[in-house]
Write a protein that binds this ligand. Structure first.
Ligand SMILES: CSCCC(=O)C(=O)COP(=O)(O)O
Ligand SMILES: [Zn+2]
Length: 210
């Protein structure tokens, strides 16, 4: 099997697993996997498709600017520029973006703070933070409709080869050196969001003054 087909299959496996969690509601979500560095090329999900379905048109190859790298009838994800930023500024190998109700709720709960902070959770070790009382911070940025503006804002938080950024009332974008690491990070983030929302609900927290 060619390297290209191996990368396609690797991303398709991740996509199928995230789809099984129903994380692609309403055609939301986009995924990518790096194919080559020099020049940068990567597979990205085609825009507007139902990502729960598995078809031969799920992904298309794009270049370092996010434009199709070969003739295609498919349109790259509307958020391809975020993937471009990540691959151009880090050594990430895979980028995953999903909209879940929990990640949207957490992004609104803490949107005004510009970040959400987690500590005292065993799951934080998934991010390689094993020290006592480790703290894991996820930046929260405004959901600019103008994608180049969103990408520029997002780019300010690209300092490592793996990480996560919440886009307020939109979703989360996670990246890692491999699809394994990116998926591990995404699953750990969604665990923390779900735990936090449930705990607030069970405690009957009045989280909004208005
Ligand atoms: C109803 S989803 C709106 C677009 C979006 O935020 C998304 O994640 C999916 O867009 P794409 O172009 O990648 O299908
Ligand atoms: Zn989105």
């Amino acid at each position: 099997m060619s390297d290209l087909l191996k990368k396609w299959a690797e991303l398709a496996d991740v996509k199928a697993e995230l789809a099984s969690r129903d994380w692609f509601l309403g055609t939301s979500g986009n995924l990518s996997i790096k194919v080559a560095d020099q020049p940068l090329t990567f597979f990205v999900t085609a825009s507007g498709k139902d990502k729960r379905k598995q078809t031969n048109d799920d992904f298309l190859l794009v270049d370092a600017l996010g434009n199709p790298a070969e003739p295609t009838h498919l349109k790259p994800s509307a958020e391809t520029l975020l993937h471009v930023e990540i691959y151009n500024k880090t050594n990430a190998g895979c980028v995953l973006h999903v909209h879940t109700i929990d990640n949207n709720v957490v992004s609104e709960l803490y949107g005004d703070d510009g970040e959400v902070i987690f500590t005292g959770q065993e799951m934080i070790k998934a991010f390689g933070l094993w020290e006592e009382d480790a703290v894991f911070r996820i930046p929260i940025i405004r959901n600019h409709a103008h994608i180049p503006t969103l990408a520029a804002e997002f780019s300010k938080h690209l300092s490592a080869d793996s990480g996560a950024v919440l886009i307020r009332n939109h979703g989360i974008t996670v990246w890692g050196r491999s699809s394994f690491e990116a998926k591990k990070f995404l699953e750990a983030c969604e665990f923390l969001f779900s735990y936090h929302v449930k705990l607030l609900m069970l405690k009957g927290h009045k989280v909004f003054t208005s």
